[in-house]
Design a protein around this ligand. Structure first.
Ligand code: AMP
Length: 458
């Protein structure tokens, strides 16, 4: 089925139960996304599925809706735990993704008596036990915590009929293969398996070969990678001016929300601190934060209490923020594919968005890898904008910085210069403690905006 004809479908033509359709209608979706239109009929028909779909394409509903449909014959209002064995297991690589998938399951199953819960690490395992003991048909889990529950005998997986591996590529990247193998050995051989992945690497194909039976393969256009609805641009800055450029960019755009990516936990913490000092309400989510802190930061961001959320790649995986206007790569990711995941946080579900990468000379090589992956070239604007107190602004040319002579990109780079210093605008920068009430953007900001507009690749 080609995508253009797929998008013309209506949910009502997808053989979904009226109670599921009712829940979809209440979410306000009018038509299935391409991945939904392609995947749902096959899953309802009971086929194994290998789907290449990134976050932002509607992939969660693409597996949740037909999963609910298939479980409907088992829906029961009985209070007895025995009537609610785990029949569908959704594995997700991170807690954030697991939580979001679970929220989607709750939304779409609102009108059907199927129970669901989510288990993930980093929180008290005992608190997760009662829901499991009461019985749930649909369990969303991160692999490690699922195995902890198996060991504690809090659950049984011998009645699982549907297994869903969400963001399978990331699960492999994060080293979950041994856990996956252990989990798969606990499941009935006779089952339906759905594998969702942003990429079809050799490892993913091997995983599919080993665990899927005669799967249907569906692929959606790499919408985010193609960047149809995301304006992507690159701005070259010297490393010590990066933070300065970040603040100016945020101010110039005048957005209410910005998601900023850093490569390491340390720089995420540092950027957050510096933003706060500059009067930009910010918080961070990264691996050193407790689950509670991460959720609190995310909630504050979604509610608009903070303007900037600073995240590392792993922590941000699966983040779904409605109408997010701007993503800034403060540092490029170690793996080129993560660039695609990062910018995919904006421009979701058909909205438009913008992604700007601030790049210093040490990141050129990473940028080239990203360009290879996307099959496009970004114009390099060799400028960082600073403005004098008098309001004049000028572009400071970037000194050519030789790339670091490390061949191995996976090795953490040495601590960056800017990390060790507090942010002090060395060149007189547009005062950052502007009064929040100050209305129209001033001249230097406009010039910054113009500069960034120039770099936009449509
Ligand atoms: P996902 O790729 O599953 O992370 O979904 C990305 C976003 O698209 C989420 O905010 C969903 O609520 C939204 N979404 C999913 N399906 C549809 C649809 N058919 N129409 C509009 N929005 C959708």
């Amino acid at each position: 089925m080609d995508e253009s004809s797929a998008t013309k479908l209506l949910f009502s033509s997808l053989a979904l139960d009226p109670q599921i359709l009712r829940a979809i209608e209440e979410t306000g979706y009018t038509e299935p996304t391409p991945i939904q239109a392609q995947a749902i009929p096959h899953v309802i028909a009971g086929r194994d599925l290998m789907a290449m779909a990134q976050t932002g394409t509607g992939k969660t509903a693409a597996f949740t809706l037909p999963m609910l449909q298939r479980l409907l014959p088992h829906a029961s209002t009985s209070a007895s735990p025995a009537r609610h064995p785990i029949r569908a297991l959704v594995l997700a690589p991170t807690r954030e993704l697991a939580i979001q998938v679970h929220e989607s399951v709750v939304t779409y199953s609102k009108h059907v008596p199927l129970r669901t819960t989510v288990v993930y690490g980093g929180t008290d395992i005992k608190a997760q036990k009662p829901a499991l003991m009461n019985g749930v048909e649909i369990l969303v889990a991160t692999p490690g915590r699922l195995l902890d529950h198996v060991e504690s005998r809090n659950l049984q997986l011998n009645q699982v009929q549907i297994l869903i591996l969400d963001e399978a590529d990331r699960m492999l990247d994060m080293g979950f293969m041994p856990d996956l193998k252990r989990i798969l050995a606990l499941l009935p051989k006779q089952r339906q398996t759905l594998l969702f992945s942003a990429t079809f690497s050799e490892d993913i194909k091997k995983l599919a070969q080993d665990f899927l039976v005669d799967p249907v393969t569906v692929e959606t256009a790499r919408r985010n990678a193609a960047g149809e609805n995301i304006k992507q641009s690159v701005c070259m800055v010297e490393q010590h001016d990066k933070f300065h450029a970040l603040v100016e960019l945020i101010r110039a755009r005048g957005v209410k929300q910005v998601l900023i990516f850093t490569r390491t936990k340390l720089s995420a913490a540092h950027v957050t601190k510096q933003l706060e000092r500059s009067g930009i309400a910010a918080d961070a989510i990264h691996g050193d934060k407790t689950q509670q802190e991460r959720l609190k930061a995310l909630e504050a961001f979604k509610a608009g209490t903070i303007l900037a959320l600073v995240a590392t790649d792993v922590a941000a995986r699966g983040l779904d923020i409605d109408q997010l206007p701007l993503v800034i790569n403060f540092e490029l990711p170690t793996h080129a594919e993560d660039y695609v995941h990062r910018i995919g946080r904006t421009g979701r579900a058909g909205a438009s968005g913008e992604a700007v990468s601030l790049i210093d000379g040490t990141e050129e090589r990473k940028l080239v890898e990203i360009e290879k992956l996307l099959n496009r070239q970004f114009p390099r604007e060799p400028a960082v904008t600073t403005s004098s107190a008098s309001g004049a602004s000028y572009h400071k040319p970037l000194k050519p910085t030789p790339p670091r002579s490390h061949g191995n990109h996976h090795k953490p780079a040495p601590a960056d210069d800017w990390l060790s210093k507090p942010y002090e605008p060395s060149i007189s920068v547009k005062p950052i403690e502007e009064k929040p009430a100050a209305p129209a953007p001033n001249k230097p900001q406009k010039q910054v905006a113009a500069l960034f507009r120039k770099t936009i690749v449509q």
